[in-house]
Write a protein that binds this ligand. Sequence first.
Ligand code: PAF
Length: 283
Amino acid sequence: MVVCETIADLRAARANLPAPVGFVPTMGYLHAGHMALVHRAKQENAATVVSIFVNPIQFDRAEDLARYPRDLPRDMRLLEEAGVDLVFIPSVEEMYPAGFRTVVHVREITEVLEGKHRPGHFDGVTTVVTKLLNIVQPDRAYFGQKDAQQAIVVKQLVADLNIPVEIREVATVREPDGLALSSRNVLLSPAGRAVAPTLYRALRAAQTAWQGGERDADRLRAIAREELAQEPRIEVEYVSLADLETLQELEGEVRRGLLSLAAWIDGVRLIDNVRLESIQDTT
Ligand code: PAF
């Protein structure tokens, strides 16, 4: 496994890789969700590149950046064992040298949901993803469905800016009790961890109601909220049922949509989502 810290070294090593190249951008502290992206990239490409970069400009709160978990030696071991070809671990100065002035902004779909509650977050994501795609120049890049809005925003960005890469989404990986894997789960207290599966339970309750014929958007959001209200430790930030393309809130009858939520548990912010769509819609 080749490890590069500079853009120049990465470009030189990238030039020797066989095509097609799959790319998995990460912020490290890897878990089985990241590794599912890596395994898909390996299955579908001749070479796999992974980046580990805790991108400071996508954090809307300084304390969130400061406490973001990191364990580079462990990440490196996992990537080596998985058979990754190339790892890019740039410094903040390498990615944002003095005089850096550009922001990549995707309009409208970044102004709702996560974008509404985390001002500036998506500008940070779209700027770093544009840079990483330009640097690595992969044929395919892999993003998790756990960050559903991020995947939708990245697809829009790549289409709008004609970046020659195919974006592939990979299903959310969950703990046996349903909690979506996230690097932030490690920050939960034991009591917080115990109630955290309620988030997925709430989404599933609404999804099950939808599958059973409930079609009213307000009612479906209310079903999720009622489940969340059972746990006083959970502070709900939003429960949304939005259009899968525009991310605008749905009203009235729901044929398909993205049901998502963000909630705080003991000072840790978690997000999760499920899609409401029939098998017919996904094919
Ligand atoms: O999903 C993440 O880990 C980050 O948002 C990403 C895509 C690596 C950009 O920093």
